[in-house]
Design a protein around this ligand. Structure first.
Ligand SMILES: [Mg+2]
Length: 234
């Protein structure tokens, strides 16, 4: 039984830009924080919670309080809703994403989970906007963890429980960014990149797809996927 663990932004949905934009505006509106570093890969932990903690450390020399995180998520959500109402094109799926989740879910030898650095509410909202059904798919988010490794490990644990599987024969991480490649390498997980193949290969991914139009080809890749190459610079 193979488990395919998908990231969201840039992997299932074309929401990377809108996510960063709304998050940055929410920080400014709620806490007056401006001029933050938006090269997300520079942060020690590239997750919503990890980035917020680092920004609070730099701006206020302390971690965010729980109520501040809740306020930030609330504002972030209202900006996502406004932006979606104005231009839903910022919230579309990566071509074939909804279809591949359905296809994998209907195969008795394959299981699906979602492991995202987003907080739960924005994650579910973006997937909904892109018309990607997550019914029956375990979702692990930054609500439960600070770093990406723990989010992926939570996702695997949730999937074991949810599908009542003691041990998967193979767990493949699917992502689009440098931090996804790093996390897969750290955890020793086979990886499939989504997006710019040349860039992903340069980061160490051995396999990459542009989108999910070729369902059978993607399933074959799941069977063949390998741990990212250690020779590459990440
Ligand atoms: Mg991503």
């Amino acid at each position: 039984m193979i488990l395919a663990a998908f990231d969201i932004d840039g992997t299932l949905t074309k929401t990377t830009w809108v996510d960063g934009e709304c998050y940055t505006r929410a920080l400014k509106l709620e806490f007056g924080v401006t001029d933050i570093n938006t090269t997300w890969s520079d942060y020690p932990h590239t997750t919503d919670l990890g980035i917020t903690c680092e920004i609070f450390k730099q701006a206020f020399n302390r971690p965010p309080e729980k109520r501040e995180i809740l306020k930030l998520i609330q504002r972030f959500m209202s900006l996502l809703r406004e932006t979606h109402a104005a231009d839903p094109q910022h919230f579309v799926e990566i071509t074939g994403a909804a279809g591949i989740l359905q296809r994998l879910s209907s195969d008795s030898k394959l299981k699906v989970s979602i492991a995202t650095g987003c907080w739960h509410k924005p994650a579910v909202f973006k997937l909904g906007c892109a018309k990607i059904s997550t019914q029956g798919i375990p979702l692990s988010t930054s609500d439960q963890a600070f770093n990406r490794e723990d989010i992926v490990l939570n996702s695997i644990a949730k999937a074991r429980d949810h599908y009542e599987v003691d041990q998967f024969s193979k767990i493949v991480s699917i992502g689009d960014s440098v931090w996804d490649v790093k996390t897969a390498r750290t955890l020793g997980l086979p990886f499939i990149g989504v997006g710019d193949s040349a860039h992903l290969t340069d980061l160490g991914a051995r396999d990459a797809v542009e989108d999910y139009r070729d369902q059978e080809g993607f399933i074959k890749l799941l069977e063949e996927a390998e741990i990212p190459d250690v020779r590459q610079r990440v």
